[in-house]
Design a binder for this molecule. Structure first.
Ligand code: AP5
Ligand code: MG
Length: 223
C-alpha cells in the first residue's frame, strides 16, 4: 500500500504551545519537525551572517524578512528523507510564506493536509511565556509552574543550563502578539477557505491538548 505524505501546519499566537505540541506530533506521526524559530535561534547562536541579520528583528518581536527564512526552510525540508511528512511550527507567518510553502510542497507532489489553529487567549500567552525556560542546546521547552525540569535550571534531556529566551520580555511578547494578529491571523481565512483548517482549544494540560490535536491531524490525513 502506498501511503502519501502528511503535512501539518501549526498556527497560533506566540506561546500557544506550537513547539511543545509539534515535538509530540512529530514523534507520534513520524514527521519532520520544522520550527523556523528554532532554526533562526540556531543561526543566531552560531553567529552566522544569517543569524546576525535575523537577531535584530527577533529581539524586537518583528518578523525576519521572508527571503532569509525561505533559504533555511528549503534546506531543512530537503534534509531528511524517509519520514512521513512534516509538521511546520511557526511557518508560514505571512501570505507570501504560505504561497512559497504551497510551491515547495507541490514540487514534491504534496500539499498542506491540515492547518491546526491552537487557540489560546492573550493573558494565558503572557503567563506561559513569562514562565518558559528553554534549552539552548537541544531545544527542549519547560515552564516553571506547569512543566518544571526535574532539577532547577537544568535540561532533563541533555543536562544543559536552561535560559530565558531574549524575546520573552513582556513588551516584546506584546509586540509579537501584535505582529501575529496583523500578518499571521489572516492565514486562518486562507486555510479555512480551502477546507483544511481545524480549530483546537489550546488550554488544558499539554496531554489534553495533544489528544485534540492528534484527532484533528488524523482527520486531515483521511481527507
Ligand atoms: P518562534 O520561535 O516561532 O516563536 P513564537 O511563534 O512567538 O512562538 P513561541 O515559540 O514563543 O511559542 P510556542 O507556541 O512554540 O509555545 P511553546 O510550546 O514554547 O519565533 C520567534 C521569532 O523568530 C519571531 O518573533 C520572528 O522574529 C522569528 N521567526 C520565526 N519564524 C519566522 C517566520 N516564519 N518568518 C519570519 N520570522 C520568523 O510553549 C510556551 C510555554 O508554555 C512553555 O513554557 C511551555 O512549557 C508552556 N506550555 C505549553 N503548552 C502548555 C499547556 N497546555 N498548558 C500550560 N503551559 C503550556
Ligand atoms: Mg516555539
Amino acid at each position: 500500500m502506498v501511503t502519501r505524505a502528511l503535512d501539518v501546519v501549526l498556527l497560533g499566537p506566540p506561546g500557544a504551545g506550537k513547539g511543545t505540541q509539534a515535538k509530540r506530533l512529530a514523534a507520534t506521526f513520524n514527521l519532520l519537525h520544522i520550527s523556523t524559530g528554532d532554526l533562526l535561534r540556531e543561526e543566531v547562536g552560531k553567529g552566522s551572517e544569517l543569524g546576525q541579520q535575523a537577531a535584530s528583528y527577533m529581539q524586537k518581536g518583528e518578523l525576519v524578512p521572508d527571503d532569509l527564512v525561505a533559504k533555511m526552510l528549503v534546506t531543512r525540508l530537503h534534509s531528511q528523507q524517509g519520514l512521513a511528512g512534516c509538521v511546520f511550527d511557526g511557518y508560514p507567518r505571512t501570505r507570501a510564506q504560505a504561497e512559497l510553502l504551497d510551491g515547495l510542497l507541490a514540487e514534491l507532489g504534496r500539499r498542506v493536509d491540515v492547518a491546526v489553529y491552537l487557540e489560546v487567549p492573550d493573558d494565558e500567552v503572557v503567563a506561559r511565556l513569562g514562565g518558559r525556560r528553554s534549552c539552548p542546546s537541544c531545544g527542549a521547552v519547560y515552564h516553571l509552574r506547569t512543566q518544571p525540569p526535574a532539577r532547577d535550571g537544568v535540561c532533563d534531556v541533555c543536562g544543559s543550563q536552561l535560559v530565558v529566551r531574549e524575546d520573552d520580555k513582556e513588551e516584546v511578547i506584546r509586540q509579537r502578539l501584535a505582529v501575529y494578529r496583523t500578518h499571521t491571523e489572516p492565514l486562518l481565512e486562507l486555510y479555512g477557505g480551502r477546507g483544511v483548517l481545524a480549530r483546537v482549544p489550546g488550554q488544558g494540560t499539554p496531554e489534553e491538548v495533544f489528544l485534540r490535536l492528534a484527532d484533528a491531524v488524523r482527520g486531515g490525513r483521511e481527507r
